[in-house]
Design a protein around this ligand. Structure first.
Ligand code: 13P
Ligand code: SF4
Length: 309
């Protein structure tokens, strides 16, 4: 079957099973093309609440499907590839954070959305990369514990200098692999290009960029800018999507290393098999969470939507 034929079959199965496909922008082009909703973590969280279908099939990583389930508990939510996890989401657990909270109970615990549901149960408010600065500013308390990404946390600290923000040593291994040498090499090769990076990159890289922002922030900046060339310091698919959407501009990946192996586990055949499973003729990996976990983990996501929306 060609890619086009497989996409046609997927569109047919989506209708037949009344399933909406949500795909993070780090997914490959052929998956984004068959999705009902695409975007960054924040946009997909909001989209999950507005889905008008019986089932949600998430193309992304596990914590994102879990978030969709918490926001749409009456729907069946599936992850297209059951092995797709985010290593950052697993870096800290609820026990460690509870111990730190007990030692410093006056800090508001702010969790990047890249965390497990069980960790979210001991956090006060979630943020995504697009809402982190706005939400930390909006929190009444000036004492914050920001987990797990110390690079995003450092970016927030610099943008909210009036608050006392404590960080722990976590982060995204994919974005953190980019070095200043990679950035200098890309600039030397493309001197006219603006450098746009995700704040999950290390501070030395983020500080040298022309713009730092979430996946959607980077895409919007590039689309609206009068500049014609851009070095993209986030997952490789973003440069590819931008090149497709803006054929008159030029996009260069900051480094070939920024390929998220977890996001790229999901393939078009996975989407097809999952839809067949949802229809009852195969296997599909469903996100199952007990009601109590949904209620306690959802509180900090609701708080994120309240403060960031
Ligand atoms: P955003 O979607 O918030 O830009 O985050 C990027 C990311 O690493 C998702 O896992
Ligand atoms: Fe996790 Fe980093 Fe991949 Fe995002 S890019 S899913 S934070 S490993």
């Amino acid at each position: 079957m060609t890619v086009y034929q497989l996409q046609q079959e997927i569109l047919r199965l989506k209708k037949e099973t009344n399933t909406a496909v949500l795909a993070h922008s780090y997914q490959a082009r052929e998956i984004v093309e068959i999705a009902d909703f695409t975007g960054d973590s924040y946009k997909l969280s909001v989209d999950a609440m507005n889905v008008n279908a019986d089932n949600i099939l998430f193309c992304g990583v596990h914590f994102m499907a879990e978030t969709a389930k918490m926001l749409s508990p009456d729907k069946r939510v599936f992850l297209a590839n059951k092995l797709a996890g985010c290593p950052m989401a697993e870096q800290m657990d609820a026990d460690i954070i509870s111990q730190i909270k007990a030692a410093e109970p006056d800090r508001t615990v702010v969790a990047y959305i890249n965390t497990t549901a069980s960790l979210k149960t001991v956090c006060d408010v979630c943020v995504t990369s697009s809402s982190a600065v706005k939400i930390v500013k909006a929190i009444e308390n000036d004492r914050i514990l920001f987990i797990p990404d110390c690079n995003l946390g450092d970016y927030v600290k610099k943008n909210v200098p009036e608050k006392d923000i404590k960080l722990l040593q976590g982060g995204c291994p994919v974005h953190a692999s980019v070095t200043v040498r990679d950035l200098e090499a890309a600039k030397a090769e493309h001197p006219e290009a603006l450098v746009l990076v995700h704040p999950e990159c290390v501070p030395a890289v983020t500080e040298r960029a022309d713009y730092a922002g979430s996946t959607s922030g980077i895409m919007n900046f590039a689309k609206q800018s009068a500049n014609r060339e851009f070095i993209i310091g986030t997952e490789l698919s973003i440069a590819e999507h931008l090149q497709y959407e803006c054929p008159d501009k030029k996009f260069y990946p900051l480094s070939k290393k920024i390929l998220c192996p977890n996001m790229k586990l999901t393939t078009l055949p996975d989407v097809y098999s999952a839809l067949k499973g949802i229809g009852g003729t195969g296997e599909a990996f469903e996100i199952l969470m007990d009601d109590q976990l949904i209620i306690s983990a959802r509180k900090c996501i609701d708080e994120m939507i309240r403060l960031g929306g």
